[in-house]
Design a protein around this ligand. Structure first.
Ligand code: TXA
Ligand code: MG
Length: 315
């Protein structure tokens, strides 16, 4: 398959209308989109990514009003979260409508719904005129793509079109909150922190604290994720790594030592937005070990540490 590269949301949307699959930028990571109501197109998404069929997809909408196309049961708590955080880096899991294909939800009776804020994503979704299911646009198991070049690296020749945009601002995936249970529960940490969520719905629970419960609620969490080829090692703040010229370091504090690649970030936000691309850079450079400095688990730091732990095999 020849993959078309374009800057035009309308041109990209035409591929969706023809039953194709399109990678597009959002403020979190790039997604790989298909028409939520087109089973054949959804199958292409799973094939292109080599994604396990038991991992459900997130449906993306252009307007909050479009949520009704996917779910008829929006609890008062879910509505408050929509009012507070849509558009943005938050996915809500809601009971699905009968019209939503089980292929999209991996057989679940719920559907994840997100309304991105990114202007190119919004323009693309509006042109599609239908909700778009989109997992992150990486090969399954690889770090999520934060640039169109990373999408190209994983999926060129496997997708119909790549809608090119700038590197994504947030750089890690959306917070996922299950609103089909009462009280709602955080299934995946992201840029919207649990502290922010609790300002709106104080009773929200953190399923990340309960691994067995989490896996039963969020099938995606059982799969290996966010893994570069190199070994990822978490480094406490005062710890001095024994790096060699085949190793790499990323963190907030400068380090002494001989690293082939070193990335010192000035804020946790910058660290989060750099992490996945740094992992890819390390793979391209044949790095053996990647030392990642740990950060305080507040705000984006909680989501960042979640991704680093998963990458290190300790999450
Ligand atoms: O930021 C994001 O969320 C990006 C962009 C493209 O929007 N998308 C993304 O999709 O990260 P994906 O497929 O890589 O991750 C979706 C996560 C998985 O952990 C999946 O298990 C969970 O959301 N999920 C989706 N639908 C669900 C459902 N109905 N119930 C429970 N978990 C669900
Ligand atoms: Mg993913």
């Amino acid at each position: 398959m020849i993959t078309r590269l374009t800057n035009s949301p309308a041109e990209a949307a035409a591929f969706i209308k023809g039953g194709g699959i399109v990678a597009f930028p959002t403020e979190t990571v790039y997604g790989l989109g298909a028409d939520v109501f087109n089973d054949a197109a959804i199958r292409k998404v799973f094939d292109a990514k080599q994604r396990p069929a038991d991992n459900p997809l997130i449906a993306h909408v252009a307007e909050a009003g479009d949520i009704n196309l996917l779910s008829e049961r929006i609890s008062p708590a879910a509505q408050r979260l929509v009012d507070a955080f849509f558009p943005g880096p938050l996915t809500l899991v809601l009971p699905k409508s009968a019209s939503v294909p089980l292929l999209a939800t991996a057989g679940l009776n719920t559907i994840g719904i997100r309304m991105p804020e990114h202007p190119t994503a919004r323009a693309f979704l509006r042109s599609c005129a239908v909700p778009i299911v989109a997992p992150s646009a990486n090969l399954s198991g690889r770090p999520s793509p934060t640039t169109w070049q990373a999408v190209f690296e994983d999926l060129y020749g496997r997708v119909d079109c790549i809608l090119q945009g700038d590197p994504t601002e947030i750089g890690i995936e959306s917070t996922v909150v299950d609103c089909s249970v009462d009280p709602p529960a955080v299934l995946r940490k992201g840029a919207v922190s649990i502290e922010q969520l609790r300002e709106v719905v104080p009773a929200i629970t953190d399923w990340n604290a309960d691994a067995a419960g989490l896996i039963s609620r969020s099938p995606g969490m059982r799969h290996r994720h966010y893994t570069p080829a190199a070994e990822v090692i978490i480094l406490e703040r005062q710890q001095q790594p024994e790096g060699t010229e085949r190793d790499a370091y990323i963190g907030l504090s400068p380090r002494l030592g001989t690293f082939k690649l070193m990335r010192v970030c000035s804020t946790p936000e910058e660290y989060a937005s750099s992490l996945f691309e740094f992992f890819r850079e390390c793979d391209r450079a044949g790095i053996v070990k990647i030392f990642c400095e740990s950060v305080k688990e507040e705000g984006i730091g909680a989501a960042l540490m979640d991704r680093i732990r998963r990458a290190s095999g300790t999450g």
